[in-house]
Design a protein around this ligand. Structure first.
Ligand code: MN
Length: 483
């Protein structure tokens, strides 16, 4: 669907490019052996390099380099056999070195792309580069009324900065891009994708233009840390720019912040150009050389990626493209699905996973791991539906209570007397009593009001307290009514 901002005079296109900062899931930092554990006592995980002590030398973490290469391979990108670490100079209290070690002209990963699925439409989003860099520390402003404090635990943690081409045209496309990228990183294992902890955050570049015109001046919205906020920030920012341009003013290139509490972006500082940072190669670090053999070795260890897994699930379990997509969108869900479907009918497992399970997770705002639901737990319930012990409807009714219980499905169902009634005589008796109690309805049915069939089914179900086997009930009712 085409997306545009309708101003007072014109329709405006929105041009979006994203810079995603993803923290590498590594035990130690990019250039030091300090731990990267989250939530530690402030300043308890800081080596001399991380606090910028003169003379302390950085030593590259090989694991982080490998993760960057694996990520590069998974986004169809060129791996550069030589890359160079530069110093990006700027002053900020949470940056004790006075510069960030980053990569500028020679990043470790060159151009690539990923495919996104946007409302059923496929789109290829170009990736300009992926480079390695250090994270900064954190200023704490809420600990003391008069002073701000610094926590350097995060200082020096390894980041992959993944820069996209300005290929996205709507907030939804930007959201799908981040979701897909995050998913790929999680499959590869190079980043846990946790946006709440700030392990994955996006700088969003927004500009607007009239159709056929050249790219306009962009504003960069810094460090947006949820998919929802990314969409809200883009919508607000694009409208703001349209208003300015239609009033005849110019856009001033700057860095802005999104405030989720009011849903607005506001100016943070004028945007720096790269020459402001006085990049130069870090004299403490030699060029990073990666051999062809190393790349090939890593390529062999690449796990199955979301797109490949989607195709396999469609073939192996006969899933629709839509179902396969929503299942592989979360690696944990895909693993859960594959364990549950083992030895079971894939159609019913798919409908339970994408139906009841997904709505339960949504309602409880939990992901599959945090929910504590095991494939065995759901599988046992599905087994009872398949062997006819309970009906699908009964299972749905008790699903939440069952999930919260610690009982096996069999015991849970027995204890609550949920066993489905499939006995024909018993159901026939129920049908007859319902028909006797509703003589007028029966007459109307006999006079051609076919719709009342559903009414009788419902009534029998009701008196059986939902226990009647719907298949047996339907067949018997048809037989009795046709007599
Ligand atoms: Mn960066």
């Amino acid at each position: 669907m085409e997306y545009y901002i309708q101003g007072e005079k014109n329709k405006w296109e929105v041009i979006l490019g994203l810079e995603v900062h993803a923290q590498i899931s590594s035990k130690s930092k990019l250039f030091s052996v300090a731990s990267t554990n989250w939530g530690g006592e402030p300043n308890s995980q800081v080596e001399l390099v991380d606090c910028g002590m003169p003379g302390a030398l950085p030593v590259i973490n090989e694991y982080c380099v490998e993760q960057a290469i694996l990520t590069g391979l998974s986004i169809n990108a060129k791996i550069n056999k030589m890359s160079i670490f530069d110093r990006k100079n700027y002053f900020y209290p949470d940056l004790p070195q006075g510069y960030q070690i980053s990569q500028f002209e020679h990043p470790i990963v060159g151009s690539g792309y990923i495919n996104i699925d946007c409302e059923g439409k496929k789109k290829k989003i170009g990736i300009t580069r992926l480079h390695l860099e250090q994270d900064a520390g954190k200023s704490l402003h809420d600990q003391n009324e008069e002073n701000s404090y610094i926590d350097l635990n995060r200082s020096g943690c390894a980041l992959m900065e993944i820069v996209s081409e300005p290929d996205m045209r709507s907030p939804l496309e930007a959201a799908e891009y981040v979701k897909k990228l995050r998913n790929i990183l999680k499959y590869v294992g190079s980043c846990d994708g946790n946006m709440e902890k700030g392990n994955l955050r996006a700088d969003v570049n927004v500009s607007v233009k009239l159709k056929g015109e050249e790219l306009g001046t962009r504003c960069e919205i810094k460090n947006v840390n949820s998919i929802k906020f990314i969409q809200q920030a883009i919508e607000y920012e694009a409208k703001r720019q349209v208003k300015i341009l239609e009033s005849g003013d110019e856009i001033f290139q700057e860095t802005r912040l999104f405030d989720p509490n009011v849903g607005e972006t506001r100016s943070m500082r004028g945007k720096e150009e790269s020459h402001d940072y006085r990049y130069f190669p870090d004299p403490d670090l030699p060029p990073l050389i990666v051999t062809e053999e190393k790349i090939n070795e890593l390529k062999k260890t690449l796990p199955e990626l979301p797109d490949q897994r989607k195709n396999r699930l469609m073939i192996e379990f006969n899933l629709s493209s839509y179902d396969a997509e929503v299942i592989v969108n979360d690696k944990d869900v895909a693993n859960f699905f594959e364990k549950t479907v083992e030895g079971r009918d894939s159609k019913i497992v798919t409908s339970w996973v994408t139906g009841e399970l997904f709505s339960f997770l949504k309602k409880t705002e939990k992901n599959i791991k945090a929910s504590g639901i095991s494939p065995l737990k759901l599988g046992e319930l599905i087994d009872l539906i398949i062997d006819g012990t309970i009906s699908n409807r009964q299972a749905k009714e008790v699903f939440e209570d069952y999930i919260k219980s610690t009982e096996s499905a069999k015991i849970f169902v027995e204890k609550r007397g949920l066993i489905q009634v499939s006995d024909e005589q018993e159901i026939e008796n129920l049908i007859n009593s319902v028909l006797q109690e509703n003589p007028k309805m029966l007459e109307q049915y006999r006079n051609g009001k076919d719709k009342l069939f559903g009414f009788f089914v419902g009534q029998v179900m009701k008196v059986s307290k939902g226990k009647a086997n719907p298949k047996v009930l339907n067949e018997l009712l048809k037989k009795i009514l046709s007599n």
